[in-house]
Design a protein around this ligand. Sequence first.
Ligand SMILES: Cc1cc2nc3c(=O)[nH]c(=O)nc-3n(C[C@H](O)[C@H](O)[C@H](O)COP(=O)(O)O)c2cc1C
Length: 136
Amino acid sequence: MGNRGKMDMSKWGNTYREIWEKAEWAAIATSGDGQPHVVGAWGDDLRRLTPSLDETIVVPAGRFHKTEENLIRSSRIEVLLASRQVRGTRSPGQGCSLIGTGEVQTSGQYAELARTKFPWARGALVIRIESAKLHL
Ligand SMILES: Cc1cc2nc3c(=O)[nH]c(=O)nc-3n(C[C@H](O)[C@H](O)[C@H](O)COP(=O)(O)O)c2cc1C
């Protein structure tokens, strides 16, 4: 943990936690029709629904329609987060990929939570993380 490469999912290293706390935004990638598709999420919005990094992260779904369609066909998803404020191996700045499966839910506890905190949300993008890696 804290090193580059695959992580031990039993506990998050401090570097992952720090990136989660400091990232200003995230890129979330899915694929469909052989095409990559990337959407964004603000870091503070992520932290409002998932205050400390966990194996399940929840993103408010305002639109995410193409993302939802892609996930129905293939649930694979990757989230990229980074911050200059986290020390990297060689220089200031560190980022990580969180890799796993995702689903847009419009009912249930996560959708309710998202709508409570974000009145514009139609539901929640729920991501289950299976592996993670540091980039720098
Ligand atoms: C920094 C940033 C944050 C965003 N946050 C959200 C968000 O929390 N929820 C959301 O539905 N769309 C968000 N968007 C818009 C999405 O990237 C996307 O354009 C929109 O949801 C349509 O998704 P789709 O292409 O999967 O249909 C954000 C975009 C950026 C650049």
